[in-house]
Design a protein around this ligand. Structure first.
Ligand code: BDP
Length: 472
């Protein structure tokens, strides 16, 4: 990394002299997709419920960070461990079942009623909705219905949907085989009056489309997962390069989602699977990645992005690995060590919780909730810059994300209300690989001239959110 330009003095003006000249021209007359209030959402392993003090109403630090991220979020419980879990409250016949992960034999996890009761309290305390995954692999629709009914009884209206199986593409041979296994579950759950969603597949867009064609009427939303790559292949430059191929797939999914009037949720995902990459998934660059990824999803019409995370223990177990948290360091480092590498929140009940860098990027994108995305023409001036705009009543929101590690950028922003005044918030950190000292905070005002143009400077590796209102 090149050294960052300082905010003042000679170096800043040198940096500005060489800054890339970009432009972003808004068209406020053609508002597009409305951003779902649940855009910023989370995903956790079912195994997390084995500690009934984690998702609990009195785990105040965690409750507070959920509410701070999004008062209207959706918590998805699932992951690999949902297909390795048996329901402890089930009194019926239990199929013989030996879960395997990466060739290893595992003991099934037993979900106890107290874990669910505590989860219901957590959901009430946060105001979040719940999406709950049941075990498809075990082949017991009866156990799934019993579990789902218990969830519904405890959670009530805050239960958005039950999903059946996690990334069944990893264990069912093809879509037809998945469908054959899925149908008896769906029938039983629906007969019991439970809302369902799916297919909660890994990266199989074709499954989502086929599923929509066959089952749209039975579902409350469509879902798939997203990880950019395996952790072994992760790096900051790779993460910040963007993933246009994926958004092509989102467009395909949105065609069917729109046809059947169903929301599409990325029900699980993050930067890199296999638990995330240390020094990439958990540093400031992930905040820029996360904000950009969420806003691109919103622009394409997806309802929510559920960032997967949680404790190191649950995620490592979901991968058939033994969790080894590094020891020592100050309180920030100790909390950090408790969480999976890609988690947006770190900490534990005993140590307290803290936002990871990613959290702040999510918070930036969530500012678009309820607004209608606006089209805009971006001229990036050779920098790795993305830009998004939206309109909410008489407010115009603009996010500029400079993912470039080398270039500062000056953006000529046009199409604003003439003479409008903008409040700026900046997302920044000392460097792209900073693990701490990340902030997303107010940073003064900007104004548009009589033609509706304003110039905004962004340092390399930083983002700005501007909220424009009124006329001068
Ligand atoms: C997903 C699984 C989740 C894992 C994650 C990962 O659903 O349980 O923790 O990958 O590999 O495929 O990090």
């Amino acid at each position: 990394l090149l050294p960052l330009a300082t905010a003042c003095g000679a170096r800043a003006s040198d940096a500005n002299a060489s800054a890339a000249q970009a432009s972003f021209a808004l068209d406020t007359t053609r508002p597009g997709r409305r951003v779902d209030p649940g855009l910023a959402s989370l995903s956790y392993e079912t195994l997390e419920l084995s500690d009934p003090t984690f998702f609990a109403a009195d785990n105040h630090g965690l409750v507070q960070l959920f509410r701070e991220m999004n008062p209207h979020g959706v918590l998805r419980i699932g992951g690999n461990t949902s297909d390795d879990t048996v329901w402890g409250g089930y009194k019926g016949r239990m199929p013989t079942y030996v879960p395997r992960r990466h060739g290893k034999l595992l003991q099934p996890h037993v979900l106890k009623p107290e874990g669910l009761q505590a989860l219901a309290g957590f959901v009430r305390a946060t105001g979040w909705k719940l999406v709950f995954g049941v075990n498809l692999r075990i082949g017991s629709p009866e156990m799934a219905v019993d579990l789902a009914q218990t969830v519904q009884r405890l959670v009530g209206d805050q239960l958005l949907a039950i999903q059946i199986g996690n990334e069944a593409n990893n264990y069912e041979h093809d879509y037809a085989e998945f469908d054959a296994a899925w149908v008896p579950y769906a029938k039983a759950l629906q007969a019991a009056g439970l809302p369902i969603a799916g297919p909660d597949t890994g990266a199989n867009t074709d499954w989502v489309i086929e599923y929509a064609k066959r089952h749209a009427k039975e579902n409350v939303f469509l879902s798939r997962h997203y990880y950019r790559e395996a952790a072994e292949n992760g790096s900051i430059p790779d993460m910040l390069a963007g993933d246009p191929g994926f958004f092509g797939e989102v467009e395909q999914i949105m065609q069917v989602a729109d046809q059947y009037a169903l929301p599409f949720r990325v029900s699980e995902g993050n930067s890199y699977y296999n638990g995330g990459r240390d020094g990439t998934s958990n540093v400031f660059a992930s905040a820029l990645w996360g904000a950009d990824f969420m806003l691109a999803l919103a622009q394409h019409g997806a309802a929510s992005m559920h960032f997967h995370g949680g404790t190191l223990l649950s995620v490592e177990t979901s991968l058939g690995r033994v969790a080894k948290a590094p020891e020592g360091g100050d309180i920030v480092a100790q909390r950090d060590a408790q969480a999976s590498r890609y988690s947006a929140i770190a900490g534990s009940r005993a140590l307290g919780y803290q936002p990871r860098p990613l959290f702040h990027g999510i918070a930036l994108a969530q500012r678009f909730a309820g607004a209608q995305m606006l089209p805009g023409q971006l001229g990036a001036g050779g920098a790795n810059l993305t830009a998004y705009a939206a309109k909410r009543g008489d407010e115009v929101l603009v996010a500029l994300i400079n993912k470039d590690a080398q270039r500062d950028v000056t953006v000529a922003l046009s199409g604003l209300p003439h003479g409008a005044s903008g409040e700026l918030m900046r997302l920044r950190a000392p460097a792209l690989d900073s693990r701490r000292d990340v902030s997303f905070a107010a940073d003064g005002r900007a104004s548009a001239d009589a033609s509706g143009t304003s110039r905004i400077a962004l340092r390399r590796g930083s983002a700005v959110l501007a909220s424009w209102k009124g006329r001068g």
